[in-house]
Design a protein around this ligand. Structure first.
Ligand code: AMP
Ligand code: ZN
Length: 444
């Protein structure tokens, strides 16, 4: 099965042709671990999990890297606000993020590098960029000179004449061009102990250089696929390309994929509007995280998706109904349906049509229940909706809420609270045990 993907760079669908045989190297911009991820962020991670699963379905071997940004302006500020050290803060939110991935049945990428583990690589890149005159020093840091870069802004189709105009108005920090961006920021009081020595001056990396250094070090100078949300087209991905290609002299990524945004009741999600929704909110309202996953699959990743609670309820009901078509016996996978499924999913990951096909299978009275089950389970290798041949025990809502609270207590190493909640769960007739894959809940 060949896979076609919409490459933002060429604005067209392209057949995936990996650089190294059946191996596909993917870099995915990961979270800044300073707060709960919101459902928009999680849509991005579900989308790239679908990419990964589709490639595995097509017998590719996937090597996926997702960074964890554990040092930047936001993390440092938040650590001051919460009265934690930077690493206390970032490990707390990293644990919460990894739990979100587990709840959403997202396969954990092979590598999850932390920015703070790759400082030496960032320094090496910046040193070379300075030597080769792609970068320059100012009073407050080291900047990348975008006028030295070939085709700067091509990915985002930037209008650079607008840049020239804003240059006149900009007199900050001796920058040569308003859009020149910081590779390195020299130490200031606000940074406290979060500082690294470098030949060009003590300080810390800018955000963009973090991804270039981690991608190159973990995956090599040219990667097959780079993913992220549309908000990263500019400046983040534009700057990643400029600095990486200036450093290696080679193309940075062959295919760029961008997911569209989740809106809430027709509005952009933002802190200032107070409409950020985290996965825990969804769980607290009695929804299964997999209902959210089903909801995400209902829209194509390149289309905006408008979140409403009614919409999520619809997804939860649909998923529960789909589960009723999974019997105990697993028969033969239907070849005709599988062929259609492959055509749909390999066409730029068309999950809405793939789900519609699953419903066609579910409703097809000429298929035996066992063959239906086998076919739907095969689709679920890509959907990741946790469909399983043996009906799982239905865990009541109040127990799920308690289990979630307990998981959070454990993430913050609050063992006393975790034990207290376990006792509460037991009093309600359920047992919770801790396994490598997370908490297991069974009826007493
Ligand atoms: P950030 O932590 O802001 O870098 O975001 C993590 C990922 O989520 C990035 O790939 C963003 O592009 C993506 N993202 C941010 N907001 C949304 C949203 N509302 N809907 C979909 N994706 C988003
Ligand atoms: Zn990135």
């Amino acid at each position: 099965m060949d896979v076609e993907l919409f490459n933002t760079f060429s604005r067209s669908k392209e057949k995936l042709e990996p650089l190294h045989g059946r191996e596909v190297k993917i870099y995915q911009c990961g979270p800044t671990v300073y707060d709960y991820a919101h459902i928009g962020n999680l849509r991005a991670y579900v989308s790239w999990d679908i990419l990964r699963r589709t490639l595995e379905y097509a017998d590719y071997e996937v090597k996926q890297v997702m960074n964890l940004t554990d040092i930047d302006d936001k993390t440092i500020k938040r650590s001051h606000d919460e009265g934690l050290t930077l690493s206390e803060l970032t490990s707390k939110y990293e644990a919460i993020f990894l739990a979100d991935l587990r709840h959403l049945n997202i396969k954990v990428p092979e590598h999850l590098p932390h920015a703070t583990e790759h400082i030496a690589g960032m320094i090496t890149i910046i040193e070379k960029l300075l030597r080769d005159d792609f970068a320059y020093k100012t009073d407050d840091g080291v900047y990348f000179n975008i006028s030295k870069s070939k085709d700067y802004g091509a990915l985002a189709e930037l209008d650079l004449t607008a840049v020239t105009q804003s240059r006149i108005a900009n007199d900050e920090y001796d920058k040569k061009n308003a859009r020149d961006f910081a590779l390195w920021k020299f130490w200031t009081l606000d940074d406290g102990g979060n500082v690294f020595d470098a030949s060009f001056g003590r300080g810390r990396p800018g955000w963009h250089i973090e991804c270039s250094a981690m991608a190159i070090s973990e995956l090599g100078e040219t990667i097959d696929i780079h993913t992220g949300g549309v908000d990263h087209l500019f400046p983040h991905h534009t700057n990643e390309i400029a600095q990486s290609e200036a450093f290696t002299g080679k193309p940075f990524a062959k295919i760029w994929l961008h997911n569209e945004f989740v809106m809430v009741d027709g509005q952009k999600m933002s802190k200032s509007l107070g409409n950020l929704i985290a996965l825990k909110t969804i769980i607290e309202r009695g929804f299964s995280p997999l209902a959210y996953r089903y909801w995400v699959l209902g829209a194509h990743y390149r289309a905006k998706a408008n979140f409403t609670w009614e919409g999520l309820e619809g997804a939860q009901t649909a998923l529960a109904r789909l589960e009723t078509h999974i019997g105990d016996e697993v028969g033969t996978i239907n070849k005709v349906y599988i062929k259609r499924f492959e055509e749909i999913i390999s066409n730029d990951l068309d999950t809405p049509r793939a789900l519609a096909l699953a419903w066609e299978v579910a409703k097809n009275a000429t298929l035996s229940p066992a063959d239906k089950t086998a076919t739907l389970l095969d689709f679920d290798r890509v959907f990741g909706l946790g469909l399983a041949p043996h009906k799982k025990e239905v865990i009541p809502e109040n127990i799920m809420v308690l289990a979630h609270a307990r998981e959070e207590a454990r993430e913050t190493k609050n063992w006393a609270k975790s034990d207290e909640i376990r006792a509460e769960i037991r009093a309600l007739g359920w047992e919770v045990t801790d396994t490598d894959g997370g908490q297991k809940i069974t009826k007493l």
